[in-house]
Design a protein around this ligand. Structure first.
Ligand SMILES: [Zn+2]
Length: 360
């Protein structure tokens, strides 16, 4: 896998429009990709996609490597006079980035370009110009003349909406930004790990699982963990990064381009399983993969829901630092993602016995 292979697949995945509850384009893609490198692929009624590779030792731990398919977005709640669309959030887009933002409305007759309206600055007092309106007062303008026309274009209550924006490389070509980096980067990592591990005979059986509905409460991962009943869960997801001038150095003391993030703890959730964390650190050290050890006081991932899903699960998060979290321009470094894939594969290969996972 070269950086350009990884970039090309990520471009394809971030171009997909698949907010929470509408993940089908990503699910179909991963079902197809996993079928080529797994012994068996299945899909559950919730939409989670599973690809299985056997291990050589039936007593070795079962490893689930997972990422969520969905992206943040919006749902149309009603049509307004003049053909404007009222909406609510799907997951947690940041309110302050919304006015003036380009969006795509996924109408039943095909995608519609739109913009979240914003009052002319000319008529606002300086104080009002600094205020972010409440989301319930915001609206999307798709250029329709009337609610009837918007309806004829296939827009109704429940129509999903996503941010717009190509994956865009900077002059540092491994640094790029775009929409839905959270978590198509994780999806790409799971697929590349599956491809690479399909070439290897390892003690541990693997389940590569792309789950749904993370952004609205870590839902798919809970269902998937109960189904797979793994001993180990490695969840790959993006994590808000520091390193920008608008943050204090100790706000999010890690940055893009400095390697994968290994969470010791996340906000509402787990202390990443101690023995698993130590194993990941030793694998990283041995293979000279840079690692940023972090305590995440703001974010939460599927590793927490996997750990709480029941069963005896040792879970850890391998995080991709990305700036401008939950906006349309999440920036990250592709070399970090490549290192996450390396670390995921090497860690999976190093998991050989359940005794490695015991705390005492
Ligand atoms: Zn995520």
């Amino acid at each position: 896998m070269s950086l350009s292979d990884l970039h090309d697949e990520l471009q394809c995945l971030t171009n997909m429009e698949a907010p929470t509850g509408f993940e089908e384009p990503v699910l179909r893609y991963v079902q197809n990709a996993l079928a080529g490198v797994c012994e068996r692929v299945e899909v559950d009624v919730r939409g989670n996609v599973y690809g299985y590779q056997p291990g050589s030792d039936p007593n070795a731990p079962r490893v689930m490597i997972t990422a969520h398919a969905d992206e943040i977005g919006f749902l149309v709640t009603c049509l307004l006079p003049g053909g404007f669309l009222r909406f609510t959030k799907l997951g947690g887009p940041t309110d302050m980035v919304l006015p003036g933002q380009r969006v795509r409305v996924l109408g039943s007759t095909g995608p519609l370009e739109g913009v979240i309206g914003v009052k002319p600055g000319h008529i606002l007092s300086p104080e009002a110009a600094r205020q972010v309106p409440a989301v319930r007062d915001m609206y999307i303008d798709i250029g329709a003349d009337s609610p009837e026309q918007a309806t004829a274009w296939g827009v109704e209550a429940g129509t999903p909406v996503v941010f717009v924006g190509e994956l865009t490389a900077t002059r540092n070509t491994h640094r790029m930004f775009g929409k839905s980096v959270d978590n198509r980067a994780g999806v790409a990592a799971v697929l590349w790990a599956a491809r690479r591990l399909s070439q290897q005979v390892l003690p541990a059986a693997r389940a590569f699982v792309i789950v749904v509905e993370e952004e609205v409460g870590l839902r798919g991962a809970e269902v998937a963990t109960k189904h797979v009943q793994p001993d180990v869960v490695l969840a790959i997801d993006t994590v808000p990064s520091g390193g920008t001038p608008d943050l204090r150095a100790d706000d999010l003391p890690w940055d893009i381009g400095l390697g994968p993030l290994l969470k010791v703890r996340e906000s509402k959730g787990l202390s990443t399983h101690g023995p698993l964390r130590r194993l990941i650190r030793s694998v990283a050290e041995k293979n000279k993969i840079p690692l940023q050890l972090i305590v995440d006081t703001a974010g939460i991932t599927d590793a927490t829901s996997a750990q709480q899903a029941g069963g005896q699960v040792a879970a850890a998060v391998l995080g991709l630092a990305r700036r401008y979290s939950h906006s349309a321009v999440e920036m990250f470094d592709l070399t970090d993602l490549q290192a996450i894939i390396d670390l995921t594969c090497l860690t999976t290969a190093a998991i050989t016995s359940k005794s490695q996972l015991m705390r005492i």
